[in-house]
Design a binder for this molecule. Sequence first.
Ligand SMILES: Nc1ncnc2c1ncn2[C@@H]1O[C@H](COP(=O)(O)OP(=O)(O)OP(=O)(O)O)[C@@H](O)[C@H]1O
Ligand SMILES: [Mg+2]
Length: 230
Amino acid sequence: MLQLQQLEVAYDESTVIRDITMEIRPGQIVCLMGRNGVGKTTLIKSIMGLLKAKKGVITYGVDEMTHKTPTYRARRGISYVPQGREIFPQLTVNENIMLGLEARSNSKRTIDQKIYDYFPVLIEMKDRLGGDLSGGQQQQLAIARALVSEPECLLLDEPTEGIQPNIVQDIQNVIRDIKKQNENISILLIEQSFDFAKSVADYFYIIDKGRIVYEGEELIESEVSHHLSV
Ligand SMILES: Nc1ncnc2c1ncn2[C@@H]1O[C@H](COP(=O)(O)OP(=O)(O)OP(=O)(O)O)[C@@H](O)[C@H]1O
Ligand SMILES: [Mg+2]
């Protein structure tokens, strides 16, 4: 289980995440929602260790990892798909996917066929440069790269942002299938779409100005419109 306790994260003097306590249990898909600029990406980066916690504690199972490196966290089974995808445009699709193997805790160095079953387009395009792919294809590549490390905990930062509807549907199916195939995986999904969030997640947090303002097993439309409308 991933637990955040009273987490605080700042950029220099500017505090962005304040007193956030949340948990993601094995087998759970947790969705984090909130307006632009409220601190969602900052929070997920601090879980991955890319930003330092100023206060608070992050634990993963029995492991306190508040001050551990991103590499350590990746080896422990946490995998991250950044907002905007951040694939390597000058590397081929295949090379991008292979990079995901680096994070693997065991020494297995082959790519599970399931990854290509999820995203068949990545086989067709395996020798193309990452930068030549459409936005939706790059998102699929970024998810594939995260999945080859066979994560126990998957962090997804707005995987459907700016993506055409048919690929959004594919991503939705993949998230559901990952959960079906692996009862113990936990997923933290940052998502702005009410329908998408509701269709895949089983617990919800809404964040506003760096604080949790709603949490629960139900995603209530009035709460979402109250906290997400501009
Ligand atoms: N590198 C940085 N240095 C200083 N401030 C930053 C930095 N990155 C983000 N911020 C600020 O921190 C706040 C939260 O940003 P963050 O990217 O976490 O929001 P977000 O909820 O992910 O937004 P979006 O929905 O647009 O992705 C914003 O006010 C942003 O301007
Ligand atoms: Mg963001």
